[in-house]
Write a protein that binds this ligand. Structure first.
Ligand code: SD4
Length: 321
């Protein structure tokens, strides 16, 4: 049997894979709808607390969302960054693609767009996200993502000021723990080798308000090119977006590299510049070959795949240190 259609996504988020797979098995299954359904499943389920509402509170305690979708036929993209008070970030990303000529909307104005398009406005906080935020505050707001600053000595939290004291600079730039990022990124290839990709996430705990990660950035969080392939990334987005790993991997596929090689070569320059970063990329080509590469993930990187040959969703693991 043909290896297509194919659904692949980051992490063992198998319910998302299954949801996308269901859409693809509906005969005329549209890959773009499958990406929205799969990513939407994770948003509803709050996969690992890092997708959807109620996770990764920022410094003020608010959960904000990033998402994107890309059509590999037309290279159209819709994405949202720092989306506030709307749960369905992948749905809003799709609305950006379908109902505007823009690529990326951000912040409060993205919320206004979403509400105009009929999305519900509601709080994204939950008991758990409030607890997480309070715990961080009571721990003097450490760790955080600021650098070269010293916080108000009375609170050990903001307001922050640029610091010339080396020790303070050191302390403030200690980064947050590594179990902090589990974005879903998904690639779907239909039976005609059309490729669609998407991502959705709530980013990182205690991020500086306004922070937008790699997930809604074209070529960083995901990329798709029909007839060639697609890729999606997860991990330390502030670092990864500097290297556009998804675009890089798809470009390498176009040059004839295998999926695994493309994934490895796309990750290599990131690891070289930032040996302690952690992250991964999943890659699929237009024939239905798939693979992944990762860096800095204890126990390797798990990802989920569905194809007609696999018959059901299967979790694969790739090693990295
Ligand atoms: C981000 N890349 O916002 C996202 C987080 C993530 O797996 O990937 N989690 O930086």
């Amino acid at each position: 049997s043909s290896p297509l259609p194919l659904v692949i996504n980051t992490w063992p988020f198998t319910n998302a894979t299954e949801k996308a797979w269901e859409v693809m098995s509906e005969g005329s299954g549209k890959a773009l709808d499958a990406v929205v359904a799969g990513c939407g499943q994770c948003q509803t389920q709050q996969c690992d607390g890092t997708v959807g509402y109620g996770g990764s509170p920022d410094e003020t305690g608010e959960t904000t969302l990033d998402a994107m979708i890309m059509n590999g036929d037309t290279f159209e993209v819709g994405s949202v960054g720092d989306l506030r008070r709307v749960k369905d970030a992948i749905g809003v990303a799709r609305a950006v693609m379908d109902y505007t000529q823009h690529t990326l909307l951000a912040g409060e104005a993205a919320t206004r767009f979403a509400v105009d398009m009929g999305f519900k406005e509601e709080s994204l906080s939950t008991n758990s996200s409030v607890q997480m935020w309070k715990g961080w505050k009571s721990g003097h707001c450490q760790p955080n993502y600021r650098k070269n600053v010293s916080p108000d000595p009375k609170t050990h939290c903001g307001p922050y000021k640029p610091s010339s004291n080396v020790e303070e600079r050191q302390r403030a730039s200690d980064r947050v723990g590594r179990d902090n990022h589990d974005t879903i990124g998904m690639v779907v290839v239909d039976i005609n080798s059309r490729v669609m990709a998407g991502t959705t996430t709530n980013g990182m705990n205690h991020k500086v308000p306004g922070r937008i990660g790699d997930s809604p950035i074209v070529g960083a969080g995901a990329y798709a090119s029909s007839g060639v392939g697609g890729a999606a990334a997860t991990g330390d987005g502030d670092i990864m977006m500097r290297f556009l790993p998804a675009f890089h991997a798809v470009t390498l596929l176009g040059q004839g590299l295998t999926v695994t090689k493309a994934a490895q070569v796309a990750m290599a320059p990131i690891a070289k510049a930032y040996p302690t970063f952690s992250g991964a990329v999943v890659v699929a080509d237009a024939k239905g070959n798939f693979g992944a590469a990762c860096h800095g993930l204890q126990g390797g990187f798990h990802y989920s795949v569905a194809t007609p040959q696999i018959g059901q969703v299967k979790v694969y693991v790739v090693d990295c240190t």
